[in-house]
Ligand binder design. Structure first.
Ligand SMILES: NC(=O)c1ccc[n+]([C@@H]2O[C@H](COP(=O)([O-])OP(=O)(O)OC[C@H]3O[C@@H](n4cnc5c(N)ncnc54)[C@H](O)[C@@H]3O)[C@@H](O)[C@H]2O)c1
Length: 248
């Protein structure tokens, strides 16, 4: 069945992979991203195959901008019943150098932004009596990660948020789950490699039990499973670690 899906962070990396997978499955997709040009490029690419797609520039940490973005999607595509929240920023700072402003910035995008988008989408799902939400957390919230106290805390918050939404929405036909990737080969991971904050995809990949870094398609496949009519209907409040077996 064709649904209206919103993918935040859909201009790049994991979000773009998820958006591509959803149009291939016949869904109409709205790409929401702070990078308006990138979102438009992604939506144009998705639409070139005949799919229904649109782009909205939005900063997920800005609540009014999130409300306006979902109103625009609703007006153009109809009620939103699938949401994947992939918009996020990575951060590396030594523990004692994290300023209040830096802390607030990371939490605002990764955690508050995730909640704002869920809150904006949920009324449509309640009305439809059906919904699927997949948040993107991180393995760093499970294991901890060096110089990532703010980032790991934001992603740990996403896990708790996901579990609470799942409980709140369980009797409304809406499932809410989170995917915790480890290392996924995306522009974000490449930028961290180039900045020297991270040992590098080529260094880490052989250490992954499955012998390679993840791809956006790997995450998209898990999203597809969790958002499907059948597989997704009795799975809620879960963390799916799509990490090649990597927990360090
Ligand atoms: N790549 C990895 O190894 C990895 C591992 C674990 C978790 N994650 C998480 O997966 C998600 C996607 O990461 P990615 O690797 O695809 O990164 P990416 O940088 O390729 O894509 C992230 C997208 O989010 C958008 N974005 C950032 N801030 C935004 C904001 N305030 N409002 C709207 N859009 C915003 C960016 O413009 C970008 O298009 C992130 O939440 C990230 O933390 C990634």
């Amino acid at each position: 069945m064709s649904r209206v899906a919103v993918v935040t962070g859909g201009a790049s990396g994991i979000g773009l992979g998820v958006a591509r997978r959803f149009v291939a499955e016949g869904h109409a997709v709205a790409v929401l991203d702070r990078n308006g040009g990138g979102a438009k490029q992604a939506a144009d690419e998705l639409a070139s195959s005949g799919a229904t797609a649109m782009a909205v520039e939005v900063d997920v940490s800005d609540w009014p901008s999130v409300r306006d973005a979902f109103a625009a999607v609703r007006a153009q595509l109809g009620p939103v019943t699938i949401l994947v929240t992939s918009a996020g920023v990575e951060a590396f700072d030594p523990l004692l150098e994290i300023t209040p402003e830096r802390w607030a910035q990371i939490i605002a995008v990764n955690l508050t932004g995730t909640f704002a988008c869920c809150q904006a989408a949920i009324p449509d799902m309640i009305e439809a009596g059906w919904g699927r939400i997949v948040t993107i957390s991180s393995q760093s919230a499970q294991s901890g990660a060096p110089n990532m106290a703010h980032y790991s805390a934001s992603k740990g918050g996403v896990i708790g948020l996901t579990k609470s939404l799942a409980v709140d929405l369980a009797r409304k036909g809406i499932t809410v789950n989170t995917i915790a990737p480890s290392i996924v080969d995306t522009p974000m991971a490449r930028a961290a490699t180039e900045s020297g904050n991270f040992p590098g995809i080529e260094v880490i990949a052989p250490l992954v039990p499955l012998g390679r870094a993840g791809t956006p398609d790997d995450i998209a496949a898990a999203c597809s499973y969790l958002c499907s009519e059948e597989s997704g209907s009795y799975i809620t409040g879960q963390l799916l670690a799509v990490n090649g077996g990597m927990y360090i």
